[in-house]
Design a protein around this ligand. Sequence first.
Ligand code: 9PG
Length: 536
Amino acid sequence: MSLGPDLSIAYFVPGETRLRLVSITGDGGIVGSNDARELGVTVSGNGNVRRVFVNPEVPVHISSVEATMHVALDDADAIFLNGYNSWTDSVERGIYDRMWGLTRAPRRLIDKYVLDASGDYRFVEENNRRGHQHGFGYGYLRQGDEVLLFGSLDEDSGYTVIWEDAGAQTLTFCKEPPNRTLEVGEKRCIIALAVVGGPLEKAVDLWLGLSGIKPLAAPPIVGYTSWYRHYGDIDAWKLSEDLAGTAQVLLGMDLGGAEPVFQIDDGYAKVGDWLEYDRSRFPEGLRGIAREAAAQGFRPGLWLAPFLCERTSRIFAEHQDWLLRDAAGELVTTGSQWSGGYALDVRNFEVRTYIGKVLRTVTSDWGFKLLKLDFLYAACLETHDGLNRGELMADALELLRSSVNDDVRLLFCGVPLVSAFGRCAYCRVGQDVGLDWDDKPRMRLLHRERVSTKLSLANARGRAHLDGRAFRCDPDVLFLREDGVSFTKDQREEMLFTDATCGGVLFTSDNMAEWNAGQLDRYHEVLANFRASNGV
Ligand code: 9PG
């Protein structure tokens, strides 16, 4: 199959009210148009790549770009459509499956818990009909051992929502247009697509090669993170106990080429006030713990959510002008965690300066060398400052990278996934695991990003093809402990096997010193599997 999408571009010429439309055939000829000369469309590419450029002769504001590809969906065994962010469910599905977003969740719960923020619900209209599923950036059709992978070659210039229409046997690529008027002579690529075939991992390599994306060099990591043991309830004493336990067990093992990590997750500060840790729980700050972890031989890690703040934070109170507002002038909510999350305006110069200062302080001054940067989708919840979502996210992630030295590694989480490609060493690719398998039945009607061990592991497998290609995948933590968690033997085995074989991050939130001989043996096996799967 070769790529021959039919394309349409809708645009306005400022000062006129008439919407103009250009239709282009797969081979680049302009077929239908109600006057396209001023757009200066050219199509380049060969074989399986198409790039469409505009070079306007008058100022134009493009309102939509859509490419439709005819493809025999019925011949495929399964379809994979990459979900919007780290936590969005992303697995192979049937061609005629339905995709549920939030329509089954009670409105009262959506509002109360702000369930619509982390996914795409605020800007993609939900379609629950069979055979009308969608994804972001790329996807593939699988037939036996071969796939036909279709993807955007550039999400930094705008996101691409890919819709299937099983009835019509088409895939439609809806690319975010520029969020401003293009000037005369401003040549710009407005959509670039590739279709490649072969075994899945080979197809991913081809597609990322065409996109110019390379993973950052970073070793696999093994260790501990505090979240799924203490959640937000951490203090210096608990962490030093866990550090001692992790050191005692993990540092006695042969990790090969994997690096040991001790990571402090959410809870050391009010969200937003990253440099004002809670002195009752951390009387001496975080420097001491970072230093101690490093002295023992760990890479010290710290969690931050740099693009938002909570309602009771100092920055919320003192810097209202740093907060992002929507077109109606309302603050932009990011979720119901903590005292309620609010997006920062990452295009604001003072906000950028603050984020840079925070990242430099926690790395260069406090000594953390791995940062888990979370809830990153907050930077593109609202298009503004002349940029679309893809551009806002690329800009925000570049700000993070450029704020730290090269010896600091980044683990992204809650990030619109394709924007993270090549920009972080490690990336979460699934939902949070919970302390049981799949939560209460009524919770399963909630958002695609909900906490669920079952979904988290399915995502880790569903996106394992990205491991070592876009970044090293983080499938979230494993548990060997029995207390406080509830898994069957099979569920536990599925967790251990998936975590060992689908990524480059092997974390637990258990205190390893509490493991008995049987649990330690099991961990040795998991670690050996992980090392073998990572070739270290
Ligand atoms: C700290 C946590 C941990 C965790 C992250 C993230 O959409 N949701 O329902 C949702 C729930 C939890 C969550 C993210 C999203 O947790 O994934 O590992 O760091 O933040 O607050």
